[in-house]
Design a protein around this ligand. Structure first.
Ligand SMILES: Nc1ncnc2c1ncn2[C@@H]1O[C@H](COP(=O)(O)OP(=O)(O)OP(=O)(O)O)[C@@H](O)[C@H]1O
Ligand SMILES: [Mg+2]
Length: 260
């Protein structure tokens, strides 16, 4: 008998909650959220300011912990990982492009890009070699020894993406990667993310720009810490909606009778 292939999710969130503040000031930034992400998906997350997009990305990127619920990364519950194992998982599996670039101002471009390799035990010379290769991919070889303040917005964001990718993470998380860029630079960044997606990487990108969702294979909108809509390959899957089955003859007859 043929074996049934069951796709394992890379990311699975189950009844996830994140609370900020205490007592009367308590606020539920993520509210009972379920999400399953398969390997190789390119997900665009949209939603109004304050709906929890960055909070969700920070939890997925292991930069923050949920208040409740379960997060499974590669089928392993993150909660069960020690602090060190969690840091290792982050360094090995996840690349992060932040909303505000977050380059380290006192380091030059190549040092910034090499930084994530510090945590993965690569020698300093090899680190710079790998960073240099990555910068060449982004057409930034001539800017290796520039300081962050000497770059344009688009170049800065390309350096930030090169840094996020230098340790070849399977998952790239990007919070408004083109938020501060003009349309030409945005297009270049999106083409680069698209290339990554084609190479099999999983990408989760937060954006306010509906035009950019055309690059994604799945679009999720959030509202008040919950998933509002989830659109994949032209189908809209409303949260908590039961799968649609064909109607039985009895059901069809009942509908006909109602119409009469
Ligand atoms: N560290 C924190 N302490 C307290 N409240 C927080 C903290 N971080 C986020 N929040 C609150 O959680 C909610 C969600 O914030 P979040 O940054 O995730 O929104 P967002 O969807 O990314 O918004 P934007 O589109 O403006 O970036 C907001 O109401 C915010 O005030
Ligand atoms: Mg945000």
């Amino acid at each position: 008998m043929a074996k049934k292939i069951v796709k394992e999710p890379v990311i699975e969130l189950l009844a996830l909650e994140k609370r900020f503040g205490f007592g009367d000031a308590e606020h539920l930034a993520i509210d009972n959220l379920d999400l399953r992400v398969e390997k190789g998906e390119f997900i665009a997350i949209m939603g109004p300011s304050g709906c929890g997009k960055t909070t969700l990305l920070n939890i997925i990127g292991l930069l923050d912990t949920p208040s409740d619920g379960d997060y499974r990364l590669d089928s392993q519950s993150v909660e069960s990982l020690s602090h060190i194992k969690r840091a290792h998982a982050r360094a090995k599996k996840i690349g992060f492009v932040f909303q505000d670039f977050n380059l380290i101002e006192r380091m030059n471009v190549i040092e910034n890009v090499a930084l994530p390799l510090t945590y993965s035990g690569v020698s300093p010379t090899k680190r710079l070699g790998l960073a240099s290769k990555m910068l060449a991919n982004f057409h930034l070889s001539e800017r290796e020894y520039y300081m962050p303040w000497q770059l344009s917005g688009g170049q800065t964001q390309r350096v930030a993406i090169a840094r996020a990718l230098v340790n070849k993470p399977a998952i790239l998380l990007a919070d408004e990667p083109t938020g501060n860029l003009d349309s030409k630079s945005s297009h270049i960044i999106m083409e680069e993310l698209s290339e990554l997606h084609k190479r099999g990487n999983t990408i989760i990108m937060v954006t306010h720009n509906p035009d950019l969702t055309t690059y994604a294979s799945r679009v999720i909108t959030m509202l008040d810490g919950k998933i509002d809509t989830d659109t994949k390959e032209d189908k809209v899957v409303e949260k908590n909606s039961a799968p649609k089955r064909p109607l039985s003859i009895k059901q069809r007859k009942a509908i006909k009778r109602k119409k009469k």
